[in-house]
Design a protein. Structure first.
Length: 399
């Protein structure tokens, strides 16, 4: 890849009072800077305020192109920039990437499989860049989260033009449309995980359930979805974050803002939902015993949790790496780690009988598949464990 100068305008603003998202803001900026500089010797990241104007930032913009980022929760790479730059070299005034998640359909990435960490994101970014090399698709409007412009277009803009207004201002002046680079992959947002409706857990809810406790209800996606299909269920949500609890309140009959360990709850629940929670707790074994006590006899515990034996974790450890992520298997907020044998033992020791045990297995990337085959052929790995990223379990309270 050719070495070229690039200015990246990155938004400066306060992050929400949610630990994982606060970490995500710094993480995305730091990782993007690292990945971009692997291919661009003279790249510079310039922070800007929401109300910043072209006139204020023009003196800081160097090089042939500048990238405007308006969302702090994105990750970009040198492969992203290469694909975007190729579109500008064809005479286009603005080029946008494709995303894992976007409200703009033409900018949804055609990913061959999901990615789970930065290494797999970078691998797929390179694969997508090679597969879609040189392609540009014309669109009316780009998702403003991330757009690359040629620096010379600034000369025709009013100095009081706000940064987020550049795309519309250029269209008004030149009457040109923008393009999407289908080979330019950008990761967008970790927030959506807090709003997940968890169909994977709701489908395990038995028909005769009346009273449900949702531990760590976040922004209420689970309660919202369950309420749509089970109007008669009484829902209690427990959430540590006041901000997320307020977002969830309209979907629950009762919200308790408290750490689950300190929540004032009475026994008698038919079902406790615990979606990706116990790995965040200092004493998950004690918590399982507590939840056992809150359930009626023959009540259900439905839980999900990441597998510490997944190939992405094992591969990094073998290379003396462990990269914390805002969310996912290697989430910064995880305090405890489980494999299949250890979670089975924990549930049985707490007085539960496992009714359903499922293993979610996301298709590995090509590098991941190669790693799994090499480890297993040497007799050093369990293929089922290496492929499993998440456990989904339904357990019944034993007498």
């Amino acid at each position: 890849m050719s070495k070229t100068s690039l200015t990246i305008l990155w938004p400066k603003g306060a992050s929400p009072e949610i630990d994982e998202i606060r970490f995500a803001y710094d993480f995305c900026r730091r990782v993007s800077e690292t990945l971009c500089r692997e291919g661009y010797v003279k790249s510079s990241f310039i922070e800007y305020r929401d109300d910043a104007t072209v006139g204020e930032l023009r003196p800081f913009i160097e090089g042939d192109n500048f990238l405007v980022v308006t969302e702090p929760e994105i990750v970009i790479s040198s492969f992203t920039i290469k694909a975007l730059k190729a579109c500008l070299e064809k005479g286009n005034f603005a080029a946008g990437p494709v995303y894992n998640r976007t409200a703009f359909p033409q900018q949804t990435a055609a990913l061959p499989m999901p990615y789970l960490n930065i290494a797999t994101y970078a691998e797929l970014a390179e694969l997508l860049g090679e597969r879609e090399d040189g392609k540009c698709d014309e669109v009316e409007m780009l998702d403003p989260a991330c757009i690359l412009y040629p620096s010379h277009i600034l000369d025709g803009l009013n100095t009081d033009c706000r940064i987020f207004q550049i795309q519309k201002a250029i269209q008004k002046i030149h009457g040109k449309r923008a393009v999407v680079a289908p080979g330019a992959l950008v990761h967008f947002s970790f927030k959506k995980s807090f709003e997940a409706e968890r169909d994977d857990l709701i489908r395990l809810v038995p028909e005769d359930i009346e009273k449900v406790l949702d531990v760590g209800c976040a922004m209420g996606g689970y309660g919202k979805k369950l309420r749509q299909i089970r109007h008669d269920v009484f829902l209690t949500g427990v959430e540590l974050s006041p901000i997320m609890a307020e977002a969830a309140r309209s979907h629950y009959d009762e919200i308790v803002i408290s750490p689950i360990e300190e929540a004032d709850l009475s026994p008698g629940y038919d079902l406790v939902n615990c979606g990706d929670i116990i790995e965040h707790l200092e004493d998950p074994w004690g918590m399982l015993a507590m939840l056992h006590g809150l359930l009626k006899t023959d009540g259900y515990l439905i839980l999900s949790l990441p597998n510490a034996g997944h190939w992405t974790v094992v591969k990094d450890l073998l290379k003396a790496r462990f990269e914390y992520m805002p969310l996912g298997i290697q989430c910064i907020a995880h305090l405890r780690w489980f494999t299949e044998s250890s979670i089975r033992n924990a549930l049985e020791n707490a007085g539960f009988r496992i009714d359903i045990f499922e293993r979610e297995q996301i298709t590995p990337t090509p590098n991941g598949q190669d790693f799994i085959e090499r480890v297993c052929s040497s007799g050093l790995g369990d293929k089922t464990s290496l492929l499993t990223n998440e456990f989904i379990i339904r357990a019944i309270k034993a007498g």
